[in-house]
Design a protein around this ligand. Sequence first.
Ligand SMILES: Cc1ncc(COP(=O)(O)O)c(C=O)c1O
Length: 416
Amino acid sequence: MSVSDELEARAVELDAADPLAAHRAAFVSDDEVVAYLDGNSLGRPLHATRDRLARFVDAPWGDRLIRAWDEGWMDAPTELGDTIGRVCLGAAAGQTVVADSTTVLLYKLVRAAVDAQARDDPRRTEIVVDTDNFPTDRFVVEGIAAERGLELRWITPGSDAGVTADQVRAVASDRTALVLLSHIAYRSGQLADLPAITRVAHEAGALVLWDLCHSVGSVEIDLDVQHVDLAVGCTYKYLNGGPGAPAFAYLAERHHGRLRQPIQGWMGAADPFAMGPSYEPATGIRQLISGTPPIIGMLPMRDMLALIDEVGMAAVRRKSVALTEFAVEVADRLLEPYGVVVASPRDRAVRGGHVTLDHPDFRAVTAELWQRGVIPDFRPPHGLRVGLSPLSTSFAEVAAGLAVVADELRRAQASS
Ligand SMILES: Cc1ncc(COP(=O)(O)O)c(C=O)c1O
């Protein structure tokens, strides 16, 4: 039996033993797609979402019209935020809101945090951030540093690693206003030690803001228990909210009132329809809203949240670990002979929901893969990111997709 056949047979066994396997039928699939390995970029839609979107046109949009604002839409950002908080974040009600994009919410929260810190202690003029964080996180704090006269203290993790508590300890001080980090590194998939890093930041008197884009819906998160101050995340990856779905922000209740976001809009005002002469912020998490809530954009994620609620985040994480373990095994056995290197942690305890594989040919190979219905994504300089959305991905899909990667590498090497 060839290695490839052996791995396919193992995948069949793993799928047969997978308690979540039946849920794959809940997602829209297409015969042309051999392996969808990018659920960490854009989750697949659920069949239930097709019906939900179609129904919405007739009711409540079509029949209730503007009355629907009073009948639920006004509360949707906080009601849905509470659901995300309960199902995925370990956050009690009243601390999570759905709005804007991750980028805009990052801007609001970073500004709110550094302004509050500077008001209490003008010496706190530094933001700790890492060079490997997602571009939008780095760009937002660069902009805010320029706007507010702050300094950035950069941590440089290895490109195949994540930020450690020791690295944060080395730069955090009584000058630190805020520590901004990603819970799971977008390139390597390294899972940061959120409890330890949050403690280290607090010991220095800093606030901590976690970007949960790659962790929400893939690993268990305990924001309240870990005393996290602030967090943001997107909903189009593992929450299957669809392209451009709005993001969420978490602001711990103890900071309500002290932290004030800078984009003062009527929908975050205490009484939006008072049409008053000046801005009075709403109390509580609602204050993070600026403009009209994106009601249609909030629909699809409700189906995925219902599914995650049914199976539980612990089961989702178990499947996620099993999928990434299998992807690493396939990479070692099938792709290593072509020079592929696993650029994600081998220790499952510190690995998130995706696995990055490095090879100098991967930019060109990815384009060929997409033509053949195998869909991972490419991240420079030469990383093939294999994203494994636990509820919609099978082990057979991993084996089949990576077999095509091996085939493309074989062709590339034969023609060079
Ligand atoms: C870690 C991280 N932060 C932020 C973003 C994107 O932000 P936005 O939703 O504003 O596009 C992404 C997108 O992939 C991401 O991976």
